[in-house]
Design a protein around this ligand. Structure first.
Ligand code: UTP
Length: 477
């Protein structure tokens, strides 16, 4: 292990090569533990990559490509029409066969900072279920157990964390006995970090001994799958299909045979689920054909007239909202991340408020954005994929993210949607669900995904009539 002073000399030389030596400006004022921390932070940074990005994305704004054409894409319907009935049946069979053959893995991206929710801990440790208060991670683990019960094979689970929440995430799983999974079925890995930059291109410090580092975006997951050895682990085990989802959606169908099967039959490298937009300007990315290629345009970049455009029958023209659920081929990630790969995900620039220090080392808390952060987005891989497809799903069945502490997309709305879904499933199985004057179920309801993965599964499992009493929580687990 090199000494602190050897590490310092090496770091100083490297930083000087890229004009970033100010990162060590307070070295003389730091205690040894702080010096070690600062050197660790510096070790996280790919300085050569940053140097190129400073020129193209920090000192100036990257050139925006204005597409010549933006058209709505074809989207597979959630429920098949008569023409597609046999295709959907075949797809479901192909999906189940892939699951049974152990070819499919679940992949959760959980490296975000969860700033809006403001929960002190990894977001997956947030308690969300209406009756048991089960956490997001617990629900996903139960889904995998449900898949094993139903299809006879438990998919392996890959979880991407960030430097800041990695140890807490591991500890949370250990404390909870891996929610009935075994420790070696879950592969945790950290995503990459990027420093924030001051507008002149200098790397920002948050304290005299800390670089302003943050995760490099969910798009960083592709690179992190490769660098962590997760892809290699998949290859060894014969896993070639990755079911990608975000940590914040308790309704997600973690492994969906129909979606997997359509992806396989279509020869897609990356497939996506969409929901019909709730209203024209909903803050979700929208699937579009951009110069003929499928991609996602962020809500903030979609021209207003397109967001509001209508088809002759009055339906919304750009209506497929992205919900960040994908099937991704392992081979596609390998192709994008191979050494010397010619295509790469683009970087997105965002101006943010970042606490920094001034030249004397005094804390600066900005009131307006003072720094540039760079992130990659996973949906930018879609235009790079062969035969990408989009499948609609029903929002009320599969999408209710926990983003904010209250209001829209909050714990309250996610719980409400979990209860509503359970009520619909129970009613479809013949139960009577007492409802209040507002039409909502008159008690908390919860169906663990270990018990039933979907309404068909519930039909097969429920042999006794269900009796519900207003005010009394009801649980199937
Ligand atoms: P969000 O865009 O909602 O960001 O992430 P966030 O960081 O979780 O929350 P805010 O914006 O700070 O409130 C969507 C999904 O992508 C993951 C998140 O963990 C979440 O599952 N993500 C996001 C990463 O894994 N890494 C990142 O760098 C960013």
């Amino acid at each position: 292990m090199p000494s602190l002073s050897e590490r310092y000399r090496a770091a100083r030389e490297e930083l000087a090569r890229f004009g970033q030596e100010h990162v060590l400006a307070f070295w003389d004022r730091l205690a040894d533990s702080q010096r070690a921390q600062l050197l660790d932070d510096i070790g996280q940074i790919d300085l050569a990559r940053c140097a190129a990005l400073v020129e193209t994305h920090v000192r100036r704004k990257p050139a925006v490509h204005v597409p010549a054409s933006i058209e709505p894409p074809d989207v597979f319907p959630a429920d098949p029409d008569a023409d597609r009935l046999s295709l959907y049946q075949e797809a479901r069979r192909a999906g189940v066969a892939a699951i049974r053959a152990g070819r499919v893995a679940a992949f959760t991206v959980a490296g975000g900072q969860g700033t809006r929710l403001g929960f002190a801990g990894p977001k997956g440790a947030f308690a969300i279920s209406p009756v048991r208060n089960a956490t997001l991670f617990q629900l996903f683990a139960e889904s995998l157990r449900g898949v094993e019960r139903r299809y006879g094979c438990r998919p392996r689970w890959y979880i991407m964390t960030s430097l800041t929440n990695h140890d807490q995430t591991l500890q949370f799983f250990a404390e909870n006995g891996f929610f009935g999974l075994s420790a070696d079925e879950v592969f945790f890995f950290r995503q990459g970090q990027m420093p924030a930059f001051l507008p002149d291109g200098r790397i920002a410090l948050t304290e005299m001994h800390r670089v302003a580092l943050s995760p490099d975006g969910h798009g960083g997951s592709l690179r992190a799958l490769a660098s962590s050895g997760a892809l290699e682990d998949m290859r060894r085990r014969g896993i070639d299909v990755i079911s990608y989802f975000q940590v914040d959606n308790p309704l997600v169908r973690v492994i969906d045979p129909l979606f997997i099967g359509l992806h396989l039959l279509n020869g897609s490298e990356m497939s996506s689920k969409a929901v019909h937009k709730a209203y024209d300007t909903e803050r979700v990315g929208v699937f579009c054909l951009i110069d003929g290629r499928l991609g996602v345009i962020e809500y903030s970049d979609l021209p207003n007239e397109l967001a509001k455009a209508r088809n002759p029958d009055g339906s919304r023209r750009f209506d497929a909202g992205s919900i960040a659920i994908h099937i991704i081929d392992r081979a596609f990630v390998e192709r994008l991340t191979a050494p010397g790969a010619t295509v790469q995900l683009p970087w997105h620039r965002a101006e943010k408020k970042v606490n920094t220090v001034d030249e004397q080392g005094r804390a600066v808390v900005p009131e307006i954005p003072n720094a540039v952060k760079l992130e990659m987005f996973v949906f930018d891989a879609i235009p790079l994929a062969r035969n990408p497809l989009v499948l609609y799903t029903h929002r009320q069945e599969e999408f209710s993210p926990v983003k904010n502490a209250d209001g829209v997309d909050s714990p309250a709305t996610a719980k409400r949607d979990m209860i509503r879904r359970a009520a619909r499933w129970l009613e479809s199985c013949g139960a009577t669900v007492p409802r209040g004057a507002d039409g909502e179920p008159a008690m908390p309801l919860e169906i663990s995904p270990a018990y039933a993965l979907d309404v068909e599964d519930l039909h097969e499992r429920l042999h006794e009539p269900v009796h519900l009493t207003p005010g009394r929580p009801f649980l199937l687990a």
